[in-house]
Design a protein around this ligand. Structure first.
Ligand code: FES
Length: 107
């Protein structure tokens, strides 16, 4: 089956250091531009559904990778793969930039 990439927004709407909440197929997804790399993570924290769009960017952190700390209880998730030191994993999505647009692939 061919991969289906869905357009989220033009790249110019997500400048370095910004974040944006989008909705695709009924799923809220938080987009982050950290130092020019775009990350996409499901907006609902796997702990108790905290809104990760309002989380705190943690570029270094203990895991030496870009992370987001949930605004509710501070659990940290790796924005590259959703992993955490906690016993849960956040859902992240592959991103590609093409023709000035930010595209995302749902599982
Ligand atoms: S809801 Fe995110 S850490 Fe609790």
């Amino acid at each position: 089956m061919p991969e289906t990439w869905l357009e989220t927004c033009p790249l110019r709407e997500l400048p370095v250091g910004s974040r944006k909440l989008i909705k695709l197929n009924g799923i809220e997804i938080a987009l982050f531009n950290i130092d020019g790399t775009i990350y996409a993570i499901k907006n609902r924290c796997p702990h108790r559904s905290g809104p990760l769009i309002r989380g705190f960017i943690d570029p270094a952190g203990g895991m030496k990778c870009p992370g987001i700390k949930c605004p509710m209880h501070g659990w940290r998730f790796d924005l590259r793969d959703g992993s955490s030191e906690r016993p849960v994993q956040a859902t992240v999505y592959p991103i590609k930039i093409e023709d000035g647009g930010v595209y995302l692939r749902l599982p």
